[in-house]
Design a protein around this ligand. Structure first.
Ligand code: 13P
Length: 282
């Protein structure tokens, strides 16, 4: 069942755990994640970056594919179809019009006032249609969709003001995490995270969770993180197994065999992350 993320994230915030946001890259990826989550009986947010959308064909293709899989695989858990880092109002509108139930508007590269204006515009379009909205403040740097940028942390004062002015449903303040691989270890600003959590009503989102030590993930959840985004770690887990398969079976030319050789790696990674994000992990 496709739902928006609002109630799921509010429940996570209230009960001190995090909902999993896993990025999808193709049909197989989506299928493996849905199958693993259905086995666990937990809700999932399927994140689609603009790059992944382009790769798969477009928002309608992604939306139809996800709806098809929910039907054919008899998926009964709540599933959120979410645009990850939408860069403009028109991109968010396009996703919503194609059936996405949640969008992230990422206007974090603009000055504060412009970020507020664009985010507000997306909220005004999304909310009457029952679509939830996430937004970013400061800037979460690193590497995503082959685009590299540097980070700027959000402040407590600006975070409170941003949430109040925009009316977003969830909020991703940049607090030291980066997309892609870390050089060294993640340096998260837990103090500000906790203060933002105590001063805003909406659930907080941690981007760039790949490579963050388990201890820090648990601490982030205890400081108010209710949604955790993972992409790169799954790609690496998949790649390792596919590489092994190709080396062992150099004559395997059926793409189904090659792609599926990474399926167990993705499913195991899904289960490991869910165990870490759950209430019981504290
Ligand atoms: P990683 O690729 O670092 O896990 O980040 C994913 C993410 O934050 C998607 O928005």
């Amino acid at each position: 069942m496709l739902v928006n993320s609002k109630e799921l994230l509010l429940d996570a915030k209230k009960n001190g755990y995090a909902i999993s946001h896993f990025n999808i890259n193709n049909l197989e990826w989506t299928k493996y994640i849905l199958e693993a989550m259905q086995e666990l009986g937990q809700p999932v947010i399927l994140g689609v970056s603009e790059g992944a959308k382009k790769y798969m064909g477009g928002f309608y293709t992604v939306s139809s594919m996800v709806n098809g899989l929910l039907h054919d695989l008899k998926i009964t858990i709540p599933v959120v179809l979410h645009l990850d880092h939408g860069t403009s109002f028109s991109s968010c509108k396009e996703a919503i019009d194609a059936g996405f139930t949640s969008v992230m508007i990422d206007a974090s590269s603009y000055p504060f006032g412009e970020n507020v204006r664009i985010t507000r515009e997306v909220v005004e379009y999304a909310h009457p249609l029952g679509v939830s909205v996430e937004a970013e403040l400061g800037h979460i740097g690193g590497s995503e969709d082959n685009i590299t940028s540097s980070s700027t942390n959000a402040t407590l004062e600006e975070s409170i003001e941003f949430v109040r002015l925009t009316g977003v449903d969830s909020f991703a303040p940049a607090l030291g995490s980066v997309h892609g691989l870390y050089r060294g270890t993640a340096n998260l600003d837990f103090d500000t995270m906790k203060k933002i959590h105590e001063n805003v009503d909406v659930p907080l989102v941690l981007h760039g969770a790949s490579g963050i030590e388990e201890e820090k993930i648990r601490r982030a959840i205890s400081c108010g993180i209710s949604k955790i985004n993972v992409n790169t770690e799954f790609q690496i887990a998949w790649h390792n197994d596919v590489l092994k398969f190709v080396k062992e079976h150099p004559d395997a030319y059926d793409p189904r065999l090659v792609i599926a050789s990474g399926s167990i790696a993705i499913k195991n990674a899904v289960k490991e992350k869910c165990a870490l994000f759950s209430k019981e992990a504290k």
